[in-house]
Design a protein around this ligand. Structure first.
Ligand SMILES: Cc1ncc(COP(=O)(O)O)c(C=O)c1O
Length: 443
């Protein structure tokens, strides 16, 4: 375990060993992958990632909000090791297994909403969304959906149909992806496309222009939303907006599906972001942090929405015993280490530090967040708020070369989702590196 030793750059990354791996990668892997930095990870423990050239990076991205317990948390490693010696696979299409049942009991009790709930296990965030989409169609008999501009729900044809954060992901697939989706503007306090209050105006548009004209309620199965837009740039909507979505769904008999793939599990200072907004979605999609980096998705919801004919929807590897053993350990650690509360403290300290950086660097147009999910947006000028993509990209590279991993999102934002085991000293180290990087990109 190397936690606490601080980041360390031995050779400017990517070093020679990293370059050699990248050259082979570039020869054989699909080129559709968009890489943020030329990091070739060799090992990772706690808040640190070591690359193949002996560099050590402080990880403020957690592999897109996945390793919230830090990398290779001992409790998770032990749970995986134990399970692998007992049972690695039993397909849930045909048989039963205890870890699945144990996890189902716990997660259904944790997800917001009174009344009985059920869970469907899968292998990724996209699949968690697919299950919600299929359940909504099956149970309402309707095929239309409302999603939000700038939203991200995955790459499979159903989830992609709900996704609109970047034109390139949809460009060649119109007609192939799920077609019947009407997009409404998301309530974005920093980039409000309306003249009035962003929540009120976005809700009015949704009701008057979408549901009263384009996609009437009798054709709309569900409204699918991210409580915080993740890939879109960590955009935190006002509470009234999210509550308004719930009200509209209840009034019009439409299902509310919260995609908590990115917001899920403690990082917002709440176990789930829906709790922060005080809403109870009909279905909640989970993945990413759920199993500390092992592939797992879960769709959790009102019991009747996951009561459907046998063979309607299933998969081979969903709820794999090893993966679920890790997921059970994740829940234990969150509880025992008080990570929900720690996320709020981490969020406060980082946000305060970024506020000081913003005051000194007008290129940072906005700092926003909920708990330890924090976004900062680069602009060319704070008045015009013109996105400054080159400055954002230079900031990522400079941080990387100085030993700090941060991830981009949206046109010109950074998304910070650090591990919730960060010490205050590590937070300050990260802030110092960001301060230096801002100075460097301005010279
Ligand atoms: C909100 C949200 N939904 C769905 C997905 C898709 O998850 P996956 O990449 O595991 O398919 C993501 C991935 O970033 C996400 O952020």
């Amino acid at each position: 375990m190397h936690a606490g030793t601080g980041p360390h750059i031995a050779v400017t990354p990517p070093g020679p060993r990293a370059e050699a791996v990248i050259a082979r990668d570039e020869r054989y892997l699909s080129t559709s992958l968009m890489r943020t930095a030329r990091l070739v990870a060799a090992s990772a423990h706690g808040a640190y990632v070591d690359d193949v050239d002996g560099n050590r990076f402080l990880d403020f991205g957690s592999g897109i909000g996945v390793t919230i317990l830090g990398h290779t948390h001992p409790r998770v490693v032990t749970a995986i090791e134990r399970q692998t010696t007992q049972l690695i696979h039993v397909n849930s299409c045909d048989y039963f297994s205890l870890p699945q049942v144990a996890y189902a009991e716990r997660i259904t009790a944790l997800v917001p909403g009174a009344g009985p709930k059920r869970v469907f296990f899968s292998n990724s965030g996209s699949e968690a969304v697919e299950a919600a989409v299929k359940s909504a169609v099956y149970h309402t008999g309707r095929t239309g959906f409302v999603a939000f501009t700038g939203g991200f729900h995955g790459r499979t044809m159903g989830a992609l149909g709900l996704t609109s954060n970047a034109a390139v992901s949809r460009a060649r697939y119109s007609g192939a992806m799920m077609p019947s989706v009407a997009f409404a503007p998301f309530a974005n306090p920093y980039r409000n496309p309306f003249s009035g209050d962003c929540s009120e105006a976005a809700l009015r548009y949704l009701e008057d222009e979408i549901l009263d004209r384009v996609l009437p309620a009798e054709n709309c199965a569900a409204i699918v939303f991210e409580p915080i837009q993740g890939a879109g740039g960590y955009i935190v909507p006002p509470t009234e907006f999210v509550r308004g979505l719930e009200r509209i769904c209840r009034e019009r008999g439409i299902l509310l599906v919260a995609d908590e793939v990115q917001t899920g599990f403690a990082k917002t200072g709440h176990m789930f972001a829906s709790e922060a907004f005080g809403v109870e979605p009909d279905l909640v999609c989970l993945s990413k942090a759920i199993a500390a980096g092992l592939p797992m998705g879960a769709t959790v919801g009102r019991a009747e929405l996951l009561e459907w004919e046998s063979n309607t929807h299933e998969n081979t590897l969903g709820g794999n015993p090893v993966v679920v053993a890790a997921a059970l350990a994740v829940l234990d650690v969150i509880e025992e280490e008080g990570l929900v509360e720690r996320a709020a403290e981490i969020g406060e300290r980082i946000t305060a530090g970024l506020g000081e950086l913003q005051a000194a660097h007008p290129r940072i147009g906005d700092v926003r967040g909920l708990g330890a999910m924090i976004g900062l947006e680069f602009v060319t000028d704070p008045e015009t708020r013109e996105p400054d993509t080159p400055a954002r990209d230079a900031f990522i590279t400079t941080c990387f070369e100085s030993g700090l991993l941060v991830l981009g999102a949206g046109a010109s934002s950074i998304r910070l989702s650090p591990p919730l085991v960060l010490t205050d000293a590590e937070i300050d180290t990260g802030l110092d590196i960001m301060a230096d990087a801002l100075g460097a990109i301005e010279t």
